[in-house]
Ligand binder design. Structure first.
Ligand code: HMG
Ligand code: MG
Length: 312
């Protein structure tokens, strides 16, 4: 039994309730060298749901040659049954081929994923930024027609390992073009974890000025430089209420070498619990899930909260 910590002191600068958008099964597992069987992935998703996570991104319908770790998307969806369907179980889809597969598997929500920079668009999607938007347009249109919920990711919003600093105006421009396709939610990605809090405020201001208010935005921070939690809290002060996180801090992007794990769900929940922000999440169940998954991956969780609470 853990101590009843953190002590709760309501932080009035933060929203009353935050939705954690869990990306562990997708962003986390896409970057693991260990092959995780579909049955274990299904159990992971089930455990995350049981810990109170509402939205769980389960897998990707990308070219399996590009991301072999998620080549079992169909098998996973079949193993999950109704639990893998509906508007709160999104999957990544880059193109019409991926959408065909997702529709066939019965998914109810998708995420397309663009890039704020040309170099990463080329490396991750084999296309320029403009060509990737052309690739997404029919995907979003048809997905909406099928009644699916659609998220739009934009990577490299805070810096790019090949191009260096990325101007806020350039990021806002790509975000606006993607949202104009008809997406329901935007997720701004710090793929390589270099952003800091002032940068978060400036980007959210820029998006708001372009008509993309905080109610439409999720934030997606990788923790390479230990800034992810601070950046998430900064975004929440600006009215954002959706934060992407990965249980155990798994994650990375195979096409961006300097990307490490996402903000750990447990680290976020500790901070939000302490600040009196409702998440609906059971921290102990999340920690137990991370410890269980670490056994399958053969390496300990990088999350500080997981380590502290599991005594490791
Ligand atoms: P391409 O090679 O240009 O594709 O790749 P293509 O359209 O020319 O097709 C080539 C072949 O791939 C064809 O087969 C297609 O059928 C097949 P062939 O005729 O040669 O036998 N193919 C597919 N097969 C299955 N499912 C599909 C599919 N599409 C094509 N969906 C493509 C273009 C976009 C497909 C490729 O670049 C790709 O799959 N990229 C995905 C990369 C990826 O998943 N990256 C990680 C996720 S993004 C991320 O992690 C960042 C994020 O977390 C936010 C952040 O942190 O910033 C979201
Ligand atoms: Mg990511």
């Amino acid at each position: 039994m853990r101590l009843p910590l953190p002590q709760v002191e309501r932080d009035p600068a933060l929203p009353a309730r935050v939705t954690v958008y869990e990306v562990g099964p997708r962003d986390g597992l896409q970057n693991e060298s260990a092959v995780v069987p579909a049955s274990v992935k299904a159990e992971f998703v089930r455990r995350l749901g049981a810990a109170g996570l509402d939205t769980i991104e389960t897998t990707s319908f990308v070219d399996p040659r590009w991301v072999p770790q998620l080549a079992d998307a169909e098998e996973l969806l079949a193993a999950l049954g109704t639990e893998g369907r509906g508007a709160t179980r999104p999957v990544l889809v880059p193109n019409v081929r991926g959408l065909d597969r997702a529709v066939e598997a019965g998914v109810g929500a998708i995420a397309v994923f663009g890039s704020a920079t040309e170099t990463f668009a080329r490396k991750n999607l084999n296309r320029s930024v403009a060509e990737s938007l052309e690739m997404f347009a029919p995907v979003v249109e048809r997905a909406r027609g099928e009644g699916m919920w659609v998220r739009a990711y934009v990577s490299m919003c805070f810096g790019d390992p090949w191009e260096g600093p990325v101007p806020v105006a350039q990021v806002v421009d790509v975000c606006a073009r993607l949202m104009d396709l008809g997406c329901d939610q935007l997720s701004v990605g710090d793929t390589i974890g270099v952003g800091t809090t002032g940068h978060v405020h400036r980007l959210l201001e820029g998006l708001d000025a372009a008509g993309i208010g905080p109610e439409l935005v999720g934030v997606h921070f990788h923790d390479t430089y230990g800034q992810a939690l601070a950046n998430a809290m900064a975004a929440l002060q600006d009215g954002v209420t959706v934060v992407d996180a990965s249980t155990g801090g798994l994650g990375g992007c195979p096409y961006a070498k300097s990307a490490t794990g996402n903000l750990a769900t447990e680290d976020l929940v500790w901070a939000l619990d302490g600040a009196g922000v409702e998440t609906g999440l059971d921290l102990d169940a999340l920690v137990a899930t991370s410890a269980w998954m670490a056994g399958h991956l053969g390496r300990p969780s990088p999350s500080r909260v997981v380590r502290a609470l599991s005594g490791g």
